[in-house]
Design a protein around this ligand. Structure first.
Ligand code: AMP
Ligand code: GLY
Length: 421
């Protein structure tokens, strides 16, 4: 059986690796993939938003299932297009992807379903924003409504910074994604990621995780796509997870059903554990990256079965099995990320990495038989073990072997987890 995998990051390399371990598979076609996927699958280098071309490739390569990694094709209706053309696909349709691509829509969705989240104001102009900021007695967070590659959220320290953030969004910093601004009550607490696989009716949970979004050690500096993660999240006890299921997960699935949204894919719940309980910070309509680089290795079985069950709306919770292990992953980045950085540097040392640690490629390419950097996050090293402590030790030992010009990685990934282990 042939499968197409859309995307080019570490998340897709991790999904690809799991797919090729499946006995049911003939070939994976990655569109466009990266250097890592080219070593284990076939990359097709064209723009996945060109649906006509995509359809032709699906027919030519006799592809039976399409798995969509990133949010951009989902938001652009890739699933709606494929379903209309009777092609099986893992991922939510455009209506479902709204959970991620419109923060104001997601907030109203949560409000309607009584799902705990920070109070918010949806504003359509700077004037309106100014009024709310001026009259607010609580600290606010400022967000561009639409997709902004993880850069659309501002955590200001003063009213003046609030105005400036709202102004920069309305002035077009994020294009149309900033036509609407969401002002939110600033809430506090540790953040956790909970993932559900949903087939439109049923759901099952994936291992929980916590990522480190900030660039610098001690969780300081600007937000990034994610500098590293660990799984499961130690602070989510069974009881607390049950509370999250009852207050957040099930109300979300019920509200999707109530709105006739046939959601077939991953729902990523970005949560904050506040003093008054769990609250939703954001929804994403896809696997997290780098969290996926832990979750895929943790899967114990043929992942293809699960993707098909979700795509065909016949999810069987008994199919979905996880290894009882704990993992840590760390991203190795190009100097300058998440702002400007240079690419094209040769990557060395990967052949020396112990095979208990998997090296997933994020931004890489092969040129003249050399492996080169080709993105902000370049590699993600990931491992599983009996404890987060042990996994962390293993990953950091192997990270020392990897080198390229201006490379860097955070040295404190998962430290906060092992303090409580
Ligand atoms: P988002 O892209 O919505 O996940 O936001 C990025 C990051 O901003 C989150 O991971 C939080 O650390 C922070 N954040 C977002 N919303 C709030 C909020 N209402 N209060 C405090 N921090 C927030
Ligand atoms: N790791 C955060 C994200 O995938 O959005």
């Amino acid at each position: 059986m042939n499968i197409a995998l859309i995307g080019s990051g570490g998340r897709e390399h991790a999904i690809c690796q799991k797919l090729i371990e499946s006995s049911l598979l003939t070939k994976v076609y990655c569109i466009p993939g990266n250097a890592g996927t080219s070593l284990i699958a076939k990359n097709l280098n064209f723009n996945f938003l060109n649906f006509k071309k995509l359809y032709a490739a699906i027919k030519f390569y006799k592809i039976e299932l399409v798995v969509v990694g990133p949010e951009v094709p989902l938001v652009n209706g890739i699933v709606d297009f494929l379903q209309k053309n009777k092609i099986k696909v893992f991922g939510p349709n455009k209506d479902g992807a709204k959970l991620e691509f419109s923060k104001s829509w997601a907030k109203e969705f949560m409000q309607d379903a009584n799902i705990p989240t920070a109070n918010f104001w949806k504003v359509n102009s700077l004037e309106e924003a100014k009024k709310i900021i001026n009259s607010s007695s609580i600290p606010l967070v400022v967000k561009a409504d639409g997709l902004a590659s993880g850069k659309g959220v501002f955590i200001p320290n003063s009213k003046d910074e609030c105005f400036k953030a709202a102004e920069s969004i309305f002035n077009g910093r994020f294009g149309n994604s900033g036509n609407v601004v969401v002002l939110e009550e600033k809430i506090q607490g540790p953040e956790v990621s909970v993932f559900a696989l949903c087939d439109g009716k049923r759901y099952t949970l994936l291992p929980t995780a916590q990522d480190h979004k900030r660039l610098n050690e001690k969780d300081k500096g600007p937000n990034t796509g994610g500098m590293g993660a660990y799984s499961p999240a130690p602070l989510l006890t069974e009881d607390y997870l049950y509370r999250i299921i009852k207050e957040i997960i099930e109300p979300t699935i019920n509200e999707l059903n109530k709105r006739d949204i046939d959601y077939r894919g991953v729902i990523y719940f970005g949560l904050m554990i506040t003093e008054s309980g769990p609250k939703v910070i954001e929804y994403n309509c896809r696997f997290g990256d780098p969290e996926c680089e832990l979750i895929m290795p943790m899967y114990d079985g043929n992942i293809i079965d699960v993707f098909f069950e979700v795509a065909e709306s016949r999810l069987n919770k008994n199919t979905v099995k996880w290894k009882n292990q704990k993992g840590v992953c760390v991203a190795v980045c190009s100097g300058g990320y998440p702002e400007k950085y240079q690419s094209g540097f040769e990557i060395n040392g990967l052949e020396q990495i112990d095979n208990e640690v998997i090296c997933f490629h994020s931004g890489t390419k092969i040129s003249d038989d050399k492996l080169l950097t080709n993105g902000g996050r370049v590699l993600v090293l990931s491992t599983l073990g009996e404890s987060i402590y042990y996994s962390r030790e293993k990953v950091y030992k192997e990270l020392k072997k990897v080198s390229f010009t201006n490379s860097f990685y955070r040295k404190d990934i998962a430290l906060r987890a092992i303090e409580n282990e």
